[in-house]
Structure formats: structure tokens, C-alpha cells
Design a protein around this ligand. Structure first.
Ligand code: GH3
Ligand code: MG
Ligand code: MG
Ligand code: MG
Ligand code: MG
Length: 289
């Protein structure tokens, strides 16, 4: 757990840091609201403990910003304040705070609230992972892939960066299922995803689109470079031996490539699909653009 601590008094920062550390969590400290936002956007956090009264941006203003941005909207936000009236508490919760601690701080209460926050964060992370992952292969599922791809398309457009997409389909997969059984087919799908992973960068996104069809999003990659990446992926798949039921076999895949341009993701996916169809027609185990 990364715990962001923002307070304008050094004593409070030191106390909170030491309690966070004794819990086995990692404290990250900021001296004011603006620094808290910088840290949150750059390094991320799981739980934030924010003083209400701080220079530059108040704790409530930080909370408003954090809740507004998709990347930071899931953090568990605890507001700390000397105000003890009920209206302030209501204002804080309605303003986006998830919890509220009154000064003077009592160590046992702070630790208990951090533990409660950590339970919520862990549950939320688990649910998010389940909602985003294909359970058989561990690749991103279709919904997650498309959501992240749309974000990446907007980002690439704004920053004028190139972006490409691959569509992959395993060749003659029906006959893998027919000769090796469905469990053999499943094993092939897992090894297929592993093989793709060895040929891709950590920033590339592999998604399972359906059955034995996958997509890869390649940031900072123009279509010509994407063809080279696709061929590396194709070769890695071809070189993989799949062991199942005391036997071993290999698979190949066909890949369609397209750059993602001003006409957007859907247009790029249909171009990649047409290229994939062409790769199949031309004999499979091929890359086409
Ligand atoms: P082609 O080279 O033209 O792509 O031939 P193909 O046999 O791969 O054709 P197609 O794409 O139509 O067949 C996909 C097969 O993948 C059909 C389906 O039974 C199988 N399949 C889909 N999802 C799964 C899965 O989760 N596990 C297993 N074992 N098989 C699956
Ligand atoms: Mg203060
Ligand atoms: Mg298919
Ligand atoms: Mg097919
Ligand atoms: Mg197929």
C-alpha cells in the first residue's frame, strides 16, 4: 500500500509517516496540496491522508481534483482536520472524502482507519483485476482492451504520437481442438499468450477479443514498425512447443496490422481485420498490412 501523506506541519508528516511505516505500508509525503497532486498524478497512491488546511491547495481542493481524473479517482481519501462540527464532516464526505479524522490525532484510531481503508482498496483492486482479465489466459479482456485503447487513441492524438494495432487469429484452431481435445486447445491459448508476451514491450497491450482471436495495441509505433513487431510475435508463436497430455505440438497464427489514424480505433480495427483476412487467404502463418 502506497500512502500519500499531505500536511503543512513537519511534526504531523513525521508522525503519520512513522505510523504508516509500522503498518508495513509505504509513506510518500507532500508539504502542501499542490505537491500532493503532483505526487498522486506521477507515482499514484492507494490511500491518501490529506490535511484540510494547507497552503496552495486545501485538502478538499486536492480531493476534488483526484476524484475528477480517471487515473486517481479510485484512491481511498482520508481528510484530516481540526474542525469538529458536523457541517464540516458532511461537507467533506459530500465533497468526495471517503473518511474523516479529527485532530488531535490518536495513533490507534489513525492506524485502524488506514487498515479499514486498505481493506477497501484491496477489494477494489481484486474486483478491478477480475473485471479486466480473461481468466483462461490472463490477457486483458475485450472490454478492458477497448477501453484502454480508446484512452491511448485520445492520448496519441493529443500528443501527436503514432499508435498501431494488430489483430491475431490462431490458424486452424478447430483442428487443434479436434485432435488434442478442448483442454489441449486451452493449453495452446495459454502458451500463445505467453509467447506473445515475450515478443512485446511492457507498454504494449494484449487483449483477448474472443475465442482464439487477440488484439495488440502498440503505443509509439508506426505501421511499418508494427509489421516488424507483428512478425516477431508470429515467429515467437511458431517457435513455441505446447506440451499436453504426454504429447507436444505447435501452432501458428495470422496477423493483420493497421496504424490508428485520425479516423479512430474502429476504422483501424476494420483495416486490421481486412489485412488478417488477407493473411489467411494468402496461406496463414503470415503478417499483412
Ligand atoms: P482459421 O485458420 O481460418 O482461423 O481456422 P480456425 O479453425 O481457427 O477457424 P475459426 O477461427 O473459425 O475457429 C475458432 C475455433 O476456436 C472454434 C472454437 O471451437 C475454438 N475456441 C474458441 N474459444 C475457445 C476456447 O476458449 N478454448 C478452446 N479450446 N477452443 C476455443
Ligand atoms: Mg494544516
Ligand atoms: Mg477465429
Ligand atoms: Mg476464422
Ligand atoms: Mg482461427
Amino acid at each position: 500500500m502506497r500512502v500519500l501523506i499531505a500536511d503543512d506541519t513537519i511534526v504531523m508528516r513525521m508522525m503519520l509517516s512513522s505510523w504508516v511505516e509500522t503498518m508495513g505500508f509505504t509513506p510518500v509525503v507532500a508539504q502542501d496540496g499542490a505537491e500532493a497532486l503532483d505526487i498522486a498524478f506521477q507515482g499514484g497512491f492507494d490511500i491518501a491522508v490529506l490535511d484540510w488546511e494547507m497552503p496552495k491547495l486545501t485538502g478538499m481542493e486536492v480531493i476534488r481534483e483526484l476524484k475528477e481524473h480517471p487515473r486517481t479517482s479510485y484512491g481511498h481519501l482520508i481528510l484530516v482536520t481540526g474542525r469538529s462540527d458536523q457541517n464540516s464532516l458532511i461537507q467533506a464526505l459530500d465533497g468526495g472524502a471517503d473518511d474523516f479524522i479529527r485532530k488531535p490525532l490518536v495513533p490507534a484510531e489513525v492506524v485502524a482507519r488506514l487498515r479499514a481503508g486498505a481493506r477497501i482498496v484491496e477489494l477494489r483492486n481484486r474486483i478491478m483485476r477480475l473485471a479486466e482479465t480473461d481468466p483462461l489466459t490472463g490477457a486483458a479482456n475485450r472490454r478492458c482492451f477497448l477501453e484502454r485503447a480508446q484512452t491511448a487513441v485520445a492520448d496519441a492524438g493529443r500528443r501527436q504520437r503514432s499508435l498501431s494495432v494488430l489483430l491475431l487469429d490462431i490458424d486452424h484452431f478447430k483442428s487443434v481442438n479436434d485432435t488434442r481435445g478442448h483442454a489441449g486447445g486451452d493449453e495452446a491459448l495459454k502458451r500463445f499468450v505467453e509467447a506473445c508476451g515475450t515478443a512485446l514491450r511492457p507498454t504494449d497491450l494484449l487483449g483477448r477479443f474472443g475465442g482464439e482471436e487477440f488484439a495488440v495495441l502498440l503505443p509509439e509505433t508506426n505501421p511499418y514498425l508494427a509489421v516488424a513487431v507483428a512478425d516477431r510475435v508470429r515467429a515467437a508463436i511458431e517457435a513455441t512447443t505446447i506440451h499436453h497430455d504426454g504429447d507436444s505440438f505447435r501452432i501458428t497464427a495470422s496477423i493483420g496490422v493497421s496504424g490508428i489514424g485520425a479516423d479512430g480505433l474502429d476504422a483501424a480495427l476494420s483495416r486490421a481485420d481486412a489485412a488478417l483476412y488477407e493473411a489467411k487467404r494468402a496461406g496463414r502463418n503470415r503478417v499483412e498490412m
